[in-house]
Write a protein that binds this ligand. Sequence first.
Ligand SMILES: [Fe+2]
Ligand SMILES: [Fe+2]
Length: 300
Amino acid sequence: MSAPAVTSEGQGIATRLLRSAAKRSYDPDVDIDWDAPLVEGAHWMPEHRVSLYGTPLWERLTAEQRIELGKHEACSVASVGLWFETLLMQRLLKDFYAGDPTTERSQCALTEVADECRHSQMFARLVARAGVEPYGAVPAVHQLGKLFSVINWGPAAYASILVAEEVLDRLQREQANDESIQPLMRQVNRIHIVEEARHVAFARDEVTRGLAALSRTELAYQRFICALTSYFVVRSLINPKVYAAVGIDPAEGRRAALANPHHREMIRFGGEKILAFLDEAGMIAGPGRALWTKSFLLER
Ligand SMILES: [Fe+2]
Ligand SMILES: [Fe+2]
């Protein structure tokens, strides 16, 4: 597929984003005090966002176990975040490889790779500091990830990137403003929020431009592959192994979470803004629609 033409508006977005990157970028090595002691008894995510919140399994947990489960879930989300950032970097590098490296759009793509490199280091370091296993996606999905930049390109790639980025962003904004959350977690979130705003603007433009250039067959393929990728991303956020950290059987915890209205609401809340955008852009249609609802991003 040939790359859709860049409009002057698209070029304007690239110029603006490059300026923003030059002015507001963080280095987690110096902008985070990794040696600061962790705050005893602080939460790692708001309780109502923990996947088992409100279930009979939750009722059986002590206050300490609830915090512990929240910590493992927050770290699962961070490690899945860096997994998907790695896949996104592959896509961006392929686009850079295929294009004219001197254009501002290409420079933008490369700047985003630089941002994501720092984010992935930051998330990995957060997980290590929390003393939690870097769960990532379950092994089968981790393997499937190798296909991401092969079967995903153009609007489908950028739309599924948007789903991952915006779901994370919405939850991080909530945590950044919550004083009961571990300060280290809040600082990581603040840095990510600022830099992701640029990525979201870039990806939205890629989706809009890309969709306008598709044939009907390409559009059907792109819609489905985007729904499929988004489904796997969202389902991967909480690795079932987290439940073992508080003595719950992973399969039982997983079943309870997927049936939990609070957990479903968390996913829907995370995807609310981006689904509205993708729906308006014409991305949510066809056989993939069932996957959007199965992922809980879209209400029935
Ligand atoms: Fe990121
Ligand atoms: Fe990003």
